[in-house]
Design a protein around this ligand. Structure first.
Ligand code: ASP
Ligand code: CP
Length: 325
């Protein structure tokens, strides 16, 4: 069965997916269109097990994950790949094996697709230069989380019908968020207006160069927003003292129903997960089926990852001179 047309693969001519920055709108659209067809296929209960038959996908996660790792596993299995997830905590990394040697070891097992999450920004890009497998960035430090931005865009497009012309308020710990960075690149490329809302201590250096509008006040930042995207405080990457207590943080920067009322009346709520309830988001809005897209984001994560595996698996194998996206 080949229910999904191969066309989009031709419109995404890259060997790896390392980030959103630098992708052109038609390439983003190609991935979103393909992901939409996988979303429909998934909902119909059908699978497409032939596409990646005989291919090997390895998840290599040096940082914790629930959604990204599980959905890459599911996506790979739905497309028929042999899927392995290396348990880094019990691997030979603990005996001192380096990231590059670990990747070279997996490469020697003829891995076709290597999905990498690492605390160091740039780690997947480094691996992409060393292995024959297609490398997918599943989140690197504070740099990028490209499949998250794609699944967010797909979710928005399904509800608002478009990305161009929308106002998306991204709120909270922008400085340490790879989700924010990938979303900023994608949304601006696709013609959305992006509001970045948070305290000055949680804004990245050179924020003015990102092409977004910066607000240090929730009321101003949420005004006119079609989408309110909340972010978790990245405590694992944050120096102590950047934020007050969780309760204080929620008082100034948290989203509850009263704050959501400051956005457009039909504004929808997103969060990449995992949520810290009562810190950046209140349960009443997180769990409101009329306003919250959080569960659908997770569902779209599977479809987007199927689309990414699909296009990369169709690209020729082996190292290439062409720089990766
Ligand atoms: N899960 C996302 C990430 O790994 C967001 C978060 O952890 O807050 O970047
Ligand atoms: N959104 C996201 O990346 O979630 P995980 O950290 O659980 O994978």
């Amino acid at each position: 069965m080949n229910a999904v047309p191969p066309g989009p693969a031709a419109r995404f001519p890259f060997r790896h997916l390392l980030g959103i920055e630098g992708l052109h709108p038609p390439q983003i659209e190609a991935l979103l269109d393909l992901a939409e067809s996988y979303a429909l296929l998934n909902r119909s209960g059908k699978t497409q097990r032939d596409l990646l038959r005989g291919r090997t996908l390895i998840n290599l996660f040096f940082e914790d994950s629930t959604r990204t790792r599980m959905s890459f596993e599911l996506a790979g299995k739905r497309l028929g790949a042999d899927v392995l997830s290396m348990a880094v905590a019990t691997s030979s990394v603990n005996k001192g094996e380096t990231l590059l040697d670990t990747a070279a070891t997996l490469n020697a097992m003829n891995c076709d697709l290597l999905v990498v999450r690492h605390a160091a920004s740039g780690a997947p890009a480094l691996l992409a230069q060393k292995v024959d497998a297609a490398v997918i960035n599943a989140g690197d430090g504070t740099h990028e989380h490209p499949t998250q931005a794609l699944l967010d865009a797909l979710t928005i497009r399904r509800h608002k019908g478009r990305l161009a012309g929308l106002t998306v308020a991204i709120c909270g710990d922008i400085a340490h968020s790879r989700v924010a960075r990938s979303n900023i690149h994608l949304l601006i490329a696709m013609g959305s207006r992006v509001h970045l809302v948070g305290p000055p201590t949680l804004m990245p250096a050179a924020v003015d160069r990102l092409g977004a509008h910066v607000f240090h006040d929730m009321a101003q930042g949420l005004a006119g927003a079609d989408i309110v995207m909340m972010l978790r405080l990245q405590r694992e990457r944050t120096a102590r003292g950047l934020v007050p207590s969780a309760r204080e943080y929620f008082r100034f920067w948290g989203l509850d129903a009263a704050r959501l009322a400051l956005a457009r009346p039909d504004a929808l709520v997103m969060h990449p997960g995992p949520m810290n309830r009562g810190v950046e988001i209140d349960s009443q809005v997180a769990d409101d089926p009329a306003r919250s897209l959080i569960r659908e984001q997770v569902e779209m994560g599977v479809a987007v990852r199927m689309a990414v595996l699909d296009v990369l698996a169709r690209a020729p194998r082996g190292r290439r001179a062409k720089p990766a996206a």
